[in-house]
Design a protein around this ligand. Structure first.
Ligand code: P53
Length: 483
């Protein structure tokens, strides 16, 4: 048997992409509640006020808020051993830093964890998945303010105490390395420029390109917050395990030109390795100091920061894996997927309809590398295929393309395990259809369970298990043995 007996098979979601109920149960507005839907070719637009005549995907999302019992039952039927989900900070502290937590919000997640327990599903909770309480953005500009560290620690302390014994696995910030990308400034760090507060709809990413200084400063505050929370988690319950969560967009050199090799290493360090290095090793790697110096980025640090980072190293390394890209110094080659996150097209790979290059072998390579580098347990907490599923005349969803994608990636994990990597588990993105983070679409579907909801706001939220649902059930039953 390749996969360990206690391998955490499961699926993943994020609060802002599935819950809806954006003002129910005392929840405060988050930054995602102000972002409209887009598509592959039209970016999501943002404005600092909610307007009645506009459609906002997160406001109802797929209404997990009212369907969670049914949904978790489906997860149980598939045999999930783990459900990775996120708590929306603003459900617990509507303004991010209220004096008292919101009891109704605490109860909502408590109920979710109780449902999970019914089916012996271990919850894995992301504390912050792209949904900064809007009030903190307005008053403190998100993590740009050092003060926000204390707010985050207080929120975490509250939920870790409340759910003690019910939740053991935690992740601090989803895809924390997105903070250095254009999109991550508002999405992940909760930063919006003061002048944009009054603007008409704008595209956050085009505005934020120029603020690397701010982004690295805010990211530093997230590192400190994450380290403090990791330490706290161990104090609250020695059983608690805390992981980092990195979006690993593995880079290959486009050619064997030595300059391409060096370019690839440089990009890989900044994009993929930097954040994990800080969180696993508890200090900034030397290459980043050089990078900051070369780019005139100066981070303001407090004397106690080095100690805090050292005392808050993560227990496991979690990451999302969707694609690989190529790096090159050449400027005349075809690009995939735009910005920093993208790269040169790989002629040996096929891509999804959204230009994400599909590369199962890349997952084996990535796991091997991560294991060699860190020697701590690894977990793939997101992996899946966004595709426009349709209901067939027989009423079913025949998503064999997704089954193929997942099969190949799981085989790659098995290969890496047999080569020595310690892999704790795998959660498919996504457990059920939900709103795409990048485009805000329903059309880009990832789920094992279909949800009848569409980009024009129509649909009755009906759930239908896809073919991949039944396939995954068998996969888990056989502990990955039947692939
Ligand atoms: P969507 C880009 C590249 C890799 C991961 O993404 C990404 C993104 C964001 O667009 O985000 C993660 O929905 C993220 C999830 C997200 C998922 O990947 O844009 O943690 O929230 O839904 C898939 O297709």
């Amino acid at each position: 048997m390749i996969f360990p007996e206690d391998f955490l098979w499961g699926g993943a979601t994020a609060a802002n992409q599935c819950e809806g109920g954006f003002q129910e149960g005392g929840k405060g507005i988050t930054i995602q509640d102000l972002v409209k839907g887009g598509s592959r070719n039209s970016p999501r637009m943002f404005k600092s006020r909610i307007e009645a005549d506009q459609f906002y995907p997160s406001h109802q999302a797929v209404d997990f808020y009212n369907h969670y019992k049914e949904d978790i039952k489906y997860f149980g039927e598939m045999g999930f051993r783990c459900y990775r989900m996120s708590i929306s900070w603003a459900r617990i502290f509507p303004n991010g830093d209220d004096i008292q937590p919101n009891e109704e919000g605490l109860k909502f997640y408590d109920d979710i964890f109780n449902e999970c327990r019914k089916y012996k599903i271990e919850p894995m909770v992301t504390l912050s998945h792209f949904d900064m309480p809007w009030s903190l953005t307005v008053r403190k500009n998100g993590f740009l303010s050092r003060d926000t560290i204390n707010d985050f620690v207080r929120y975490t302390e509250c939920v870790m105490n409340y759910y003690k014994g019910k939740v053991r696995y935690w992740l601090t910030f989803n895809e924390i390395n997105f903070g250095i990308l254009e999109m991550g400034a508002y999405n992940s760090l909760g930063i919006v420029q003061p002048e944009d507060m009054e603007n008409d709809y704008f595209i956050p990413k085009s505005r934020l390109k120029r603020n690397r200084q701010q982004q690295f400063q805010a990211l530093h505050h997230q590192f400190i917050a994450s380290a403090m929370v990791t330490r706290l988690a161990h104090e609250i319950d020695p059983q608690n395990k805390v992981g980092c969560m990195i979006s690993h967009i593995t880079q290959y050199p486009l050619t064997c030109h030595p300059q391409d090799i060096l370019e690839t290493q440089k990009k890989d360090r900044i994009l993929n390795k930097f954040c994990g290095d800080v969180m696993v090793w508890g200090s900034y790697p030397k290459y980043m100091e050089t990078y900051m110096c070369d780019n005139q980025i100066e981070i303001e640090k407090q004397p106690e920061d080095a100690e805090i980072l050292k005392n808050g190293c993560v227990d496991y390394y979690a990451f999302s894996y969707y694609m690989t890209n190529c790096s090159t110094i050449r400027t005349d080659v075809e690009q995939v997927n735009g910005n920093l996150m993208g790269g040169a097209r790989n002629p040996y790979l096929k891509a999804s309809e959204w230009g994400w290059q599909i590369d199962p072998s890349g997952l084996q390579y990535t796991l091997n590398n991560l294991w060699d580098r860190y020697h701590i347990p690894l977990m793939i907490v997101e992996n899946g295929l966004g595709a426009p599923d349709v209901i067939s005349p027989d009423g079913k969803i025949h998503d064999d393309y997704r089954i193929n994608y997942l099969t190949d990636h799981i085989k790659a994990i098995g290969a890496s395990i047999s080569e020595g990597a310690d892999v704790m588990g795998y959660t498919v993105w996504s457990a059920l259809d939900l709103i795409s983070a990048g485009t805000g679409e329903m059309y880009k579907r990832y789920g094992l369970v279909y949800v009848d909801r569409h980009d024009d706001g129509t649909g009755d939220f009906r759930r239908i298990p896809k073919d991949s649902f039944y396939w995954y059930k068998k996969c888990i039953e056989s502990n990955g043995g039947n692939l």
